[in-house]
Design a protein around this ligand. Structure first.
Ligand SMILES: *[C@@H]1O[C@H](CO)[C@@H](O)[C@H](O)[C@H]1NC(C)=O
Ligand SMILES: [Zn+2]
Length: 271
């Protein structure tokens, strides 16, 4: 996942404040700033710590980092009814290519779990999936990022599985129909109308994995409450190929089991 706190490109960092509480920096000409971290080579996940050792220290030292392999015999489950996911229908929202990912900026939405209430900040996509289930990956994963007044983060995630019948969820067609408008990092467009009731029903109708981990992008902050639907959503092949063409690859490598030493520390010790 990525959060509402973005690293900016160096050129921008020199000239403007780069810390945002809402979403990304938006220049006055309306172009969005692409993130400086990537999924490849020197700016990729193995070296996110090196991009800013102070801000990103959890990426290299945290012991509760995401994503993980979800072991279905060991992970906790929450009963579907205990999670209230409520995102009202909208006629459209801003859809951005951040270089590091594709994000829909929608803040009308809430999540309630027990006594905790959160507000939606944005949702975004990963291909392939970041989490794996009993080691298997999925072609895509979506993360709805919520935050509360205490700056706590909760993420509701769904996996996508390619549909052999060509099914898809109309909500996502309304988004992916516009994907070629934002083929270039740093550009944005608008989604079509979106209705989230099918997602709410999907969440209510299936089990939900739960664990406490981290952001999967810099600064890899821990204490993030993860809720992942156990049942993947259907995705048709045409939509998948379109998304992959633009999104390319943006999944952080699988982290060590919860509570175990950070893999970067393990690897450095053994070098
Ligand atoms: C969010 O909700 C407000 C108030 O109901 C509405 O005016 C606004 O259009 C909504 N935003 C989107 C993107 O749907
Ligand atoms: Zn994410």
């Amino acid at each position: 996942m990525k959060i509402a706190y973005a690293l900016c490109s160096l050129a921008v960092a020199a000239s403007a404040s780069c810390i945002h509480s809402g979403s990304l920096a938006r220049r006055s000409d309306g172009v969005v700033e692409a993130n400086s971290y990537t999924y490849t080579e020197t700016n990729g996940p193995l070296n996110w710590y090196g991009l800013d050792a102070e801000a990103n220290s959890a990426c290299a030292t945290g012991k509760h980092q995401s994503p993980i392999v979800i072991k279905t015999q060991e992970i906790d489950y929450v009963t579907p009814g205990s999670l209230s996911f409520n995102v009202p229908a909208t006629t459209g929202a801003k859809f951005e290519n951040l270089g590091s990912g594709l994000e829909v900026v929608l803040t009308n939405g809430s999540l309630a779990v027990g006594s905790k209430k959160y507000t939606l900040a944005q949702f975004h996509f990963h291909t392939p999936s970041e989490h794996r289930v009993n080691d298997e990956y999925y072609p895509m994963e979506v993360h709805f990022v919520f935050q509360n007044e205490d700056s706590e983060t909760a993420v509701v995630g769904f996996f996508f599985q390619l549909s052999e019948q060509g099914y898809s969820v109309p909500l996502f067609d309304s988004i992916f129909d516009h994907i070629y408008d934002i083929a270039e990092p740093g550009t944005y467009t608008k989604t079509g109308a979106m209705d989230f009731t099918s997602l709410t029903h999907h969440l209510r109708g299936h089990g939900i994995y739960q664990y406490t981990g981290s952001l999967t992008t810099p600064p890899c902050t821990e204490g993030v409450s993860w809720y992942l639907s156990t049942e993947p959503l259907p995705l048709n092949v045409q939509a998948y190929n379109k998304v992959k063409k633009v999104l390319k690859f943006n999944a952080r490598y699988t982290q060590n089991a919860l509570g175990e030493d950070n893999l970067l520390e393990v690897a450095a010790k053994n070098y």
